[in-house]
Design a protein around this ligand. Structure first.
Ligand SMILES: *Cc1c(COP(=O)(O)O)cnc(C)c1O
Length: 401
C-alpha cells in the first residue's frame, strides 16, 4: 500500500500531537537526498536532527545492520556483547575518557551523566553534593531529569513540579558560577555549542574558566556532545577545540547514523562510582546498535570526516555570507564546522517552510535561527545548491527588498 503525503497526514489522528510536523511523509533517502511519498526530492541539510552524518542509506551501515539482524539482534547485558566491547574501546581510544556506558538516546545519556555525577559524590563520602549546574539556553533532553537540567522554560511549561537539584546560570558569567558553586554541587553540565538554544558557541575563555573552577572546587565538568560530537563541529568532540577535557561526556545523535543509541564516557575514577546494579538499560548497547555505530565510526575515521566538516563548514559559511550578507533581515552566521545557524531578525520558521517548498530541508533553533546540519559527507556542489535554495526562500518570504 503506497499512500500519498496527503493520505498519510489524513490518517495520522492516532498519533499524539507532540510535534509541529510539515505535511510531508518521507519514504526514502540516499546520501544527502530524501524523497517524500509524492516523489518530491529534497536536499537534506537537517540530517534528521544532526543524526545521519554519513548521509542516508550508507551501504556500510546498511550492510552491518542487515548482517547483525541475521546473526544476533538482541542479548541482555547479563552477558558480554563483543560489539559493545569493541565500540567502547574505539571511543576510549579517540577521547580523553576511559570508560563507557551505552544507552539508547541523548536524554538517557544526560540522565546517566547526572546519576553518575551524584553517585561519584556519594562514592566519595560527600552525598550532600547532589546539585548540577547547567547554563541558560541549554538543552539536555526531555525526560524529567534532563528536562530539569534544560534551562529553557518553553520545554518545561506544564510539566512541573520538576526535579530538584539543578541550578541554572547565565552563559559567560564567571561570577554567577562562582556563587552557584557551593558545597552542594557535584557537577557543571554544558554544551560547547548550544544547539537547540540557537547554535550558540559558548565562549572559549569561559569554558576554560569553568574547567579551572571545577578543578579548584572538586566539581565534575560534564560536556554534552549529543549534538556536537561525532565530528560535527570540525573535531571528533567539540571540547577538543576549547582546550579542556571533561570528566564526563555524552554522545548520541550521530553515533550510529540513525539507529537509536546513546553513550556516556567518563574518566576512570568517576566511572568507578558505578558498580554492578547501580545503573542499567534493557536495550542499551544491544548488538544491532553497536554494529551500526561501529560501521559509522569506521567510516568517520577512514574518511576523516571531522576534517571534512571543518573544511566544508568554512566553505558553507563563506557562501552564506556572500549570498545573504546584505539581506536586510540577515543578522549573523554562528556555529562551528557543519553546525551552522543563520540568524535572522524575524521569520525563521517561514524561511524554513519556503526552503521545504524549494526542496531544501533545514531546521529552526532558538530565537530566529535557521539551523543547517548537513551530513558530514556533503560536497561543494550540494552546498552551492543549498545556499541558492535558501537565498531564494529568503526572497519568497521577504520579497526582493
Ligand atoms: C538532542 C539533544 C539531546 C536529547 O537527545 P534525544 O536523543 O532527543 O533524547 C540532549 N542534548 C543535546 C545537546 C541535544 O542536542
Amino acid at each position: 500500500m503506497i499512500l500519498s503525503n496527503e493520505e498519510v497526514v489524513a490518517h495520522s489522528g492516532a498519533l499524539m500531537h507532540t510535534y509541529g510536523r510539515w505535511p510531508v511523509a518521507m519514504v526514502r533517502g540516499e546520501g544527502v537526498w530524501l524523497w517524500d511519498a509524492d516523489g518530491n526530492q529534497y536536499l537534506d541539510f537537517a540530517a534528521g536532527i544532526a543524526v545521519t552524518i554519513l548521509g542516508h542509506s550508507h551501504p556500510a551501515v546498511a550492510e552491518a545492520i542487515a548482517d547483525q539482524a541475521r546473526t544476533l539482534l538482541h542479548c541482555s547485558n547479563l552477558f558480554y556483547i563483543p560489539q559493545q566491547v569493541e565500540l567502547a574501546n574505539w571511543l576510549v581510544n579517540h577521547s580523553a575518557l576511559d570508560q563507557v556506558f551505552f544507552c539508547n538516546s541523548g536524554t538517557e545519556a544526560s540522565e546517566a551523566a547526572i546519576k553518575l555525577a551524584r553517585r561519584w559524590a556519594y562514592h566519595n563520602g560527600v552525598p550532600e553534593r547532589s546539585t548540577v549546574i547547567t547554563l541558560e539556553h541549554s538543552f539536555h533532553g526531555r525526560t524529567l531529569g534532563a528536562l530539569t537540567a534544560t534551562a529553557q522554560p518553553k520545554y518545561q511549561e506544564g510539566f512541573g513540579p520538576l526535579l530538584g537539584g539543578v541550578r541554572h546560570v547565565p552563559v559567560g558569567d564567571v561570577k554567577a558560577l562562582e556563587e552557584a558553586l557551593d558545597g552542594t554541587v557535584c557537577a557543571v553540565m554544558m554544551e560547547m555549542v548550544q544547539g537547540e538554544g540557537g547554535v550558540m558557541p559558548v565562549p572559549t575563555d569561559y569554558v576554560q574558566e569553568v574547567r579551572a573552577l571545577c578543578d579548584r572546587r572538586n566539581v565534575l565538568l560534564v560536556i554534552d556532545e549529543v549534538q556536537t560530537g561525532m565530528g560535527r563541529t570540525g573535531t571528533f568532540f567539540a571540547y577538543e577545540q576549547f582546550g579542556v577535557e571533561p570528566d564526563i561526556c555524552t554522545l548520541a545523535k550521530g553515533l550510529a547514523n540513525g539507529v537509536p543509541v546513546g553513550a556516556v564516557l567518563a574518566k576512570r575514577p568517576v566511572a568507578e562510582a558505578f558498580v554492578p546494579g547501580s545503573h542499567g538499560s534493557t536495550f542499551g548497547g544491544n548488538p544491532l546498535a553497536m554494529r551500526a555505530a561501529l560501521a559509522t565510526v569506521e567510516v568517520v575515521e577512514k574518511e576523516r570526516l571531522w576534517e571534512k566538516a571543518a573544511r566544508r563548514g568554512a566553505y558553507l559559511r563563506g557562501r552564506l555570507a556572500n549570498a545573504l550578507g546584505n539581506h536586510p533581515h540577515f543578522r549573523e552566521i554562528r556555529g562551528m564546522g557543519l553546525m551552522i545557524g543563520v540568524v535572522l531578525d524575524e521569520g525563521a520558521s517561514q524561511v524554513a517552510e519556503a526552503c521545504l517548498k524549494r526542496g531544501l530541508l533545514v531546521t529552526v533553533a532558538g530565537g530566529n535561527t535557521v539551523r543547517l546540519l548537513p551530513p558530514l559527507i556533503v560536497e561543494e556542489p550540494e552546498i552551492d545548491m543549498a545556499v541558492e535554495r535558501l537565498s531564494a526562500a529568503m526572497h519568497d518570504v521577504f520579497g526582493r527588498e
